[in-house]
Design a protein around this ligand. Structure first.
Ligand SMILES: Cc1cc2nc3c(=O)[nH]c(=O)nc-3n(C[C@H](O)[C@H](O)[C@H](O)COP(=O)(O)OP(=O)(O)OC[C@H]3O[C@@H](n4cnc5c(N)ncnc54)[C@H](O)[C@@H]3O)c2cc1C
Length: 205
């Protein structure tokens, strides 16, 4: 996939919402680390309050452009993309790097890099911004793909809602390395180790 422009470095300010209860040593607020995950993950999950007041989470394709994450969907989708003034969302994206097998059930785990974003999502209505973001979404599927496919027709454009999610309140969590073992478990007659996991795209056009 093509790599979006990388804005200036730095760190996100930690907020109450991005402060974890557990494993604080695994959390970072480095902007570059967050953008690496968002640019590598093939999709994200968007959580929001549904029209019935109950929590919803929906997986969807995304693209990061500068300091904004964009997701799109049908104007009729329950993500409430069509015409709302903007609303609170929480978004997460994860890259799994390994399955971690320990000697005990308790310490089985995964190696991963994950991002959580808290934001107010804004519907994108400006035609120029919409065109540029939809182009970036298509190019994320494969470099130059937007030049090698037909642009959206006015009808298709009208059917597609677009949400801008500012990347301001963001945390990254990382777990890497071998399994943790309890003292005394090392000699148990069980195999342990890490099986690497990778997402492989074959036959890209
Ligand atoms: C692939 C995968 C598998 C996991 N499996 C487990 C599991 O089996 N059991 C388990 O307990 N946990 C698991 N986790 C970790 C889980 O996501 C939480 O981090 C964990 O439950 C501790 O949450 P907390 O109470 O500290 O978070 P909270 O205190 O509820 O979170 C507060 C804030 O901390 C930040 N934060 C918390 N977790 C993450 C994260 N993962 N990535 C980025 N920011 C974060 C967010 O901004 C969040 O709003 C897994 C994570 C991944 C990516």
């Amino acid at each position: 996939m093509s790599t979006p422009e990388r804005p200036s470095g730095g760190r996100f300010a930690r907020t109450e919402r991005t402060t974890p209860h557990r494993s604080r040593e695994k959390i970072t607020y480095e902007r570059a680390a967050a953008y690496d995950v968002l640019d590598e993950a093939l999709f994200c999950d968007v959580a929001f309050t549904g029209p019935d007041g109950a929590p919803r989470v929906l997986p969807t394709f995304h693209v990061r452009v500068g300091d904004t994450l964009f997701v799109h969907g049908s104007t009729g989708s329950s993500m409430g993309l069509g015409g709302r003034e903007g609303f609170p969302v929480s978004v997460t994206a994860t890259v799994v790097d390994g399955l971690v097998y320990a000697k005990s059930w308790f310490h089985h785990s995964m190696n991963y890099r994950s991002v959580v974003v808290h934001a107010n999502a804004r519907p994108v209505d400006d035609p120029d911004e919409r065109w540029a973001v939809f182009k970036a979404l298509i190019d994320r599927m494969g470099e130059g793909r937007s030049e090698r496919s037909r642009e959206a027709s006015p009808k298709e454009n009208a059917m597609s809602a677009l949400l801008a999610i500012p990347l301001e309140e963001v945390s990254v969590k990382r777990r890497q390395g071998p399994p943790v073992e309890e003292p005394g478990d090392e000699d148990l007659p069980y195999e342990n180790g890490v099986a690497e996991v990778a997402t492989v795209v074959t036959g890209r056009l």
